[in-house]
Write a protein that binds this ligand. Sequence first.
Ligand code: DX5
Ligand code: ZN
Length: 221
Amino acid sequence: MTSEVRITPSILNANFEDLENEISRIAQVSDLLHLDVMDNVFVPNFTFDFASASALIGKSEIPVDAHLMVADVDLIAPQYAQIGCASVTIHAEATKDITRTLKEIRGAGARSGLALKPATKFHDYIRYIDDVDMFLVMTVEPGFGGQKFMAEMLPKISEIRAAVGDRPIWLQVDGGISESTIAMACEAGADTFVAGSAVFNSEDPAQMVRSLRALAQAVQK
Ligand code: DX5
Ligand code: ZN
């Protein structure tokens, strides 16, 4: 069992007209800000181009965890590290040179993340484990917030947890995490939790982050 819980709220379902204020609502209680970058090619939705993402990253009160849902991610990913993201996650399905890109992210001073869509098998990527600082298991199809948690991904989380062993690799889940699903994901072995709609559609986002953390910590005890 892991020994630390990280809550990384996603602003995908926050008010995009006032993101600075939205971030400040959860900054004190969150570990990292999960920034979903979508290009309308890798996923059927668009959020930020590099310029607007950079502006937001520069203004964020807390470290940024960039989740790049963009095609041909190899060139742009290290740039997110260079502008100061604490963590940069690429999709296994969107890269032509996983090892090089993960190394370049690390070389630029960020944690390297590797994300797997629901249909993508961990088995095909286990050989990259020593270049990875965080695996991200998608528990919805990437593209939109507010979807239902795919419980059928729990075995994949457990499989990665077993493979990680003693390595200091974080295991993040993204999609449908709420007060009713976080314990399942934690029991399976996740330690880092994205929550978008659960946090920003709640009356009190900071309180929701605290509640999610407490529910995960209760599992780890
Ligand atoms: C979906 C994004 C998620 C999304 C999660 O493709 O990667 O980070 O914001 O939203 P919820 O928590 O509402 O499923
Ligand atoms: Zn995400």
